[in-house]
Design a protein around this ligand. Structure first.
Ligand code: GLV
Ligand code: MN
Ligand code: MN
Length: 410
């Protein structure tokens, strides 16, 4: 353990997290900055201002990803860090924001200490990580690594009908830079865990060496809307019942496939959504994740078979649409090892772990050695205004990020 390591200043980090969270603040201390809304624009403007104040060269690419670059002493591939500042509708103030503002704090700490690195350091804020407004999630980082053509990314349609390309122009973030502007030498993302493992088991630093695969689908059921009092049960084609059956099937499926399978029906819409009318149409979303690709494919097969049986038994049509599909990711062993070594130097006993959530790091891992740092989420709560991480843990995570980036940028 280093007796006197360089550390970040905690107060400015906390203040900036609070100031950013004030944009789109919701009841209970939460935050709603859905991607490419006016709130997202205001958050972006603030982060860009802070990047410029820190002397970073700010660039925006064609899908609205923001990069702040600090030059190194050599013209080498940069070491990149970052995350996202968009939130879900029921967001908290740390998901994503910690990774971006933590990166900014690293740069400010290096400046204050008069440290030049050989490699440039780039702090990134990627567009639409959450996927709560536009599918797929991680859209900006996916486009950055060439995982979706720019035209397709710009054509993605929001839950409110808007398009990514139009919204980028409207908020002034359709940038001039090409996708994949720099291929990083390495990418390290700091994030809150968003799950209970560190909080329950008592660790401060998680070294994330893998991340589970994600399958998102939408199912639309078309049955027959009719009178709730007069239609005999045997003659119904009830889309509301089908939506409920899908929900209970998902729970059963997760149980059968074992502890690594998770399934969620997060959205349900019934039409016409009235007490005395059998629903003629239902739309539900299905989020399935597993660290094991074969099991995730098995979950998809079983779901498809269930939907076919349900459609036949109930006399309804069920159409599915894929919203996102990403395989599990194994992060880079060398980068994970550097994070672990830095954490130990700072006096922590790091814990190797899996990420249950999707992150921009899983996309950047396609083009550069990548790993992640987690800090605890109190009671494992996230995507909820009650999301909280103790200030000392926020600071510990940024300190580990600082030393890892210093190590990698030499
Ligand atoms: C992103 O936050 C996700 O994992 O859904
Ligand atoms: Mn996030
Ligand atoms: Mn999130």
């Amino acid at each position: 353990m280093d007796p006197n390591p360089l550390r970040i200043a905690v107060e400015p980090l906390l203040q900036r997290l609070d100031q950013l969270a004030a944009i789109g603040r919701t009841d209970g201390g939460g935050c709603c900055r859905l991607a490419l809304t006016d709130e997202d624009r205001a958050g972006r403007d603030l982060v860009v201002r802070w990047m410029r104040d820190a002397g970073l060269d700010v660039r925006v690419d064609a899908v609205g990803n923001i990069f702040g670059r600090r030059e190194g002493t050599h013209d080498l591939a940069p070491v990149m860090t970052g995350s996202h500042i968009d939130t879900v509708r029921s967001g908290g103030k740390y998901d994503g924001n910690l990774g971006v503002l933590g990166g900014l704090e690293v740069v400010r700490t290096l400046d204050a200490a008069g440290i030049r690195t050989q490699r440039p350091i780039v702090v990134a804020a990627f567009t639409n990580e959450e996927g709560a407004r536009f599918a797929p999630d991680m859209l900006g980082s996916l486009a950055y690594v060439g995982g979706i053509p720019l035209a397709d990314a710009l054509a993605a349609v929001a839950i409110d009908g808007a398009r990514v390309g139009d919204e980028l122009r409207r908020i002034g973030y359709a940038g001039p830079e090409p996708l994949g502007l720099w291929r990083p030498h390495a990418y390290v993302e700091l994030h809150i865990e968003q799950g209970p493992v560190l909080d329950v088991e008592g660790g401060v630093i998680g070294v994330v060496d893998n991340l589970q695969g994600i399958s998102w689908q939408e199912a639309t059921v078309v049955g027959q809307s009719n009178h709730a009092g007069t239609t005999p049960m045997r003659l119904r084609h009830d889309a509301g019942y089908c939506a409920a059956a899908i929900g209970t099937f998902l729970r059963q499926l997760a149980r059968e496939l074992g502890t690594h399978q998770v399934c969620t029906m997060g959205q349900v819409e019934l039409h016409p959504n009235l007490i005395n009318v059998i629903a003629g149409r239902a739309r539900v979303t299905i989020d399935m994740r597993n660290t094991d690709e074969a099991l995730l494919q098995e979950a998809e097969r079983r779901l498809a078979a269930f939907l076919a049986d349900l459609a036949r038994d109930e006399g309804v049509d069920i159409a599915t649409r894929r919203l996102a599909r990403f395989e599990p990711v194994i992060f880079d062993a060398f980068i994970a090892g550097r994070i672990e070594a830095c954490a130990r130097r700072l006096g922590h006993t790091p814990r190797r772990m899996t990420s249950g959530a999707g992150h921009d790091a899983q996309m950047i891992a396609r083009i550069a050695p990548t790993a992640m740092i987690f800090v605890p989420s109190v009671r494992g709560i996230s995507h909820n205004p009650a999301e909280h991480t103790e200030p000392a843990h926020l600071a510990a995570g940024v300190d580990v990020l600082l030393h890892t980036l210093l190590d990698l940028a030499a």
